[in-house]
Design a protein around this ligand. Sequence first.
Ligand SMILES: Nc1ncnc2c1ncn2[C@@H]1O[C@H](COP(=O)(O)OP(=O)(O)OP(=O)(O)O)[C@@H](O)[C@H]1O
Ligand SMILES: [Mg+2]
Length: 296
Amino acid sequence: MPVSTFTASARSKGMDWPELHLPEDWRGALQSAAGRKRILVLGPTDAGKTSFIRALAAVAPEPLGLVDLDPGQKMLGPPGTAGLGSIEHLCRFIFVGSTSASNLGGIGRAAAALAADAARAGAFVVNTAGFVVGLGARLQAITAKAVQPDLLVEIGVNPTVDPIVAASGEVPLIRLGRSPAARRKSPAARAALRQQAFAAALSGAEPLRLRQVVFHPGPPLPWPTTARPVCALADDDGTDMCVGVCAGFDEEAAFVDAPPPPRPVRLVRLGKMWAEPQPAGGWRLLEKLHPSWLPA
Ligand SMILES: Nc1ncnc2c1ncn2[C@@H]1O[C@H](COP(=O)(O)OP(=O)(O)OP(=O)(O)O)[C@@H](O)[C@H]1O
Ligand SMILES: [Mg+2]
């Protein structure tokens, strides 16, 4: 998909970050990482990857780009996407269609495209999902190959880091312990963060009637009773502009609730994410699907 020009209408989620406490080994690592151009941060869930990146952005000698490849626990942008921006601001995203990191191909392609753009702007750091064993090890090796980092930072114990180092071209590796300040997020807390990111992406959403658009893949048929597919609205070039919820379609148009996109929509991209309408208006991202909500 061509992704060279983009003006995102989606917003970063305006996160209230907690105060950081830096362990001694992190301080040294931050000093070493601050001069690097392409830093890939890896580690299991709740190790402190996001916290380390926040600390790095604060000490970096120049504005640091951020490529966020975690589709579930976002630093930037809507769930189910990979994003590019700074720690504060999303510039561009690619819809990967799932909040799970198991879409290796989609995340790998997004990693390559976003890292290439980030490199043109300057130094950047890559945030990854805490999916590092089994299929996750494969995902991180694909990511390392796509990003071509000049430094790997591994936080917490990651038994499968060697193939990832090999895939990144044997670049220097800094191994850090899990921050003592790191706290495990419960599944409910993780779900709440996804909802927060989803609500932020849909803030300012309006019912849009989109004519002359193509669904990719085709719309679910028969149309489900309750759940509605989450979609990305892409322009003529296939560039994602915003995330929305497809409320329905007829022969002439697709009906999508989304923030008004900056350019005409040509493509409604669907993934494996669903939302349901809320009684008070708006949409809630579904964490679990009741089978009767989906087409047979
Ligand atoms: N150095 C730190 N100072 C303060 N809080 C921290 C620090 N490291 C981690 N935490 C807290 O611990 C929790 C997990 O950390 P964080 O979100 O950075 O981990 P992660 O590896 O990015 O997790 P995920 O796999 O969910 O993306 C968060 O609530 C975070 O605020
Ligand atoms: Mg994180």
